[in-house]
Write a protein that binds this ligand. Structure first.
Ligand code: ATP
Ligand code: ATP
Lengths: 216, 216
């Protein structure tokens, strides 16, 4: 399991942090606002109050120890950019930052942020697609209540082909990738691909279906 | 094509509106702020300045004419709730509202909003899952650049089974549902299901893959 740092415990940051923690990872959250630190401390391993634009505060955190750092500071563009610059200068391995506008996103990419996300813009697009496509009620259900999961292949699936297992028809689960023990990833595997022991199954499905499988 | 009304042209509302418009729908956007109306008018059919909490303004819009109304007002909880109450009283057919907090969401559901969305919370969960699952770079690519599309079955696919077509292995496209001409929806179809003439194929895929198919 990996070590994650989330800076900024607004709705987006809190959601990233608590979900990662529920997935079994070691999550540290930093926020400048003590009441937000208090709130998030109920849902993650470590919550600390600090100003992420302070080089001293960041260096004491041990920025290089984390596999991924998520900068979820929202409206304060300057703080967001400054925090990212500091993290990158301190040797952060992988930085994901949430951007407020296209311009903000461009600046973040230019300073070396590895991945920029636009939560409101992306969800707006997803909602529009689901409202546009078929029976509105069905597809809104599907697109906002589905998840991507990664599970070790259960014993009863090992040695069987995806076609044989027919997870889609039987459980409404879509296998989008298989990753073997030696780390090779097979994206969009075909029906004839066989599940091997130690394979990680990466699947998309409705939350209810995933719960039934015990996969979420 | 359907008629959509989007109230509130922040980042979320603008994204919903412009995406729906790009998908070929008739989109009207309302915002109380004239500069936001100006900005969004470049990207949609109709943009109007109005206060959505005003019964007079809403009634002149012809609330019942719209297939779907999206209330994308952000921080102002009172305006969001009041707007939804007015819309429902005026006979709006399907209302989707974005909620700011869990409590806000509960209130909206109770007053009869058909679908409540939590953009920051949902994107936070999606990002967490993609950061947690396999090779970070692959899956972040996949989850934020994929889309749900709905297309009429092309002639060359009619009469063939999904297994035969093997869209996943050949193109990286996942068929998540089929809807026949008579309106029956088959969610998570099996490999032996045959594509019929006039079927609508609802699929998920990477944007590059979808572009190659000419499906987006
Ligand atoms: N310099 C900083 N150091 C640490 N945390 C910060 C700093 N600046 C802002 N934050 C925190 O980042 C969090 C998110 O920022 P903000 O509230 O501006 O965004 P938001 O748009 O409301 O977030 P969301 O949309 O995720 O709810 C806040 O909890 C805030 O206290
Ligand atoms: N009563 C109202 N009538 C019409 N539009 C309104 C009303 N109140 C707010 N709005 C508009 O709703 C839009 C979105 O609201 P707001 O800016 O509070 O949310 P936001 O959190 O910044 O949005 P986003 O996260 O989508 O960027 C704004 O453009 C604002 O002008």
């Amino acid at each position: 399991s990996k070590q994650y740092l989330v800076i900024g415990a607004g709705r987006f940051g809190s959601s990233v942090a608590t979900t990662l923690y529920e997935l079994g990872h070691d999550v540290t959250v930093v926020d400048i606002n003590p009441s937000r630190v208090q709130e998030i401390s109920k849902s993650v391993a470590h919550a600390l109050q600090a100003d992420a634009t302070s080089e001293a505060a960041l260096s004491s955190l041990g920025v290089r120890e984390f596999d991924v750092i998520v900068v979820a500071i929202g409206h304060d563009l300057q703080s967001s950019i400054m925090t990212c610059i500091l993290l990158i200068e301190m040797g952060a391995r992988f930085v994901v930052a949430r951007a407020h506008t296209e311009m903000h996103g461009k600046v973040l990419s230019k300073i070396g942020v590895n991945r920029v996300v636009f939560p409101e813009k992306d969800m707006g697009q997803k909602l529009a697609h689901s409202l546009s496509a078929f029976n509105i009620v069905d597809l809104i259900e599907l697109s906002s209540s589905s998840n991507v999961v990664e599970v070790t292949a259960p014993a009863e699936m090992v040695g069987r082909s995806l076609q044989e297992l027919n997870l889609r028809a039987r459980f409404g689960i879509n296998v989008i990738a298989l990753r073997s023990k030696d780390g090779k990833t097979n994206i969009s595997p075909g029906g004839e691909d066989i599940i091997k022991e130690g394979d990680l199954i990466i699947a998309v499905g409705d939350n209810k279906a995933l719960k039934k499988m015990g996969w979420v």
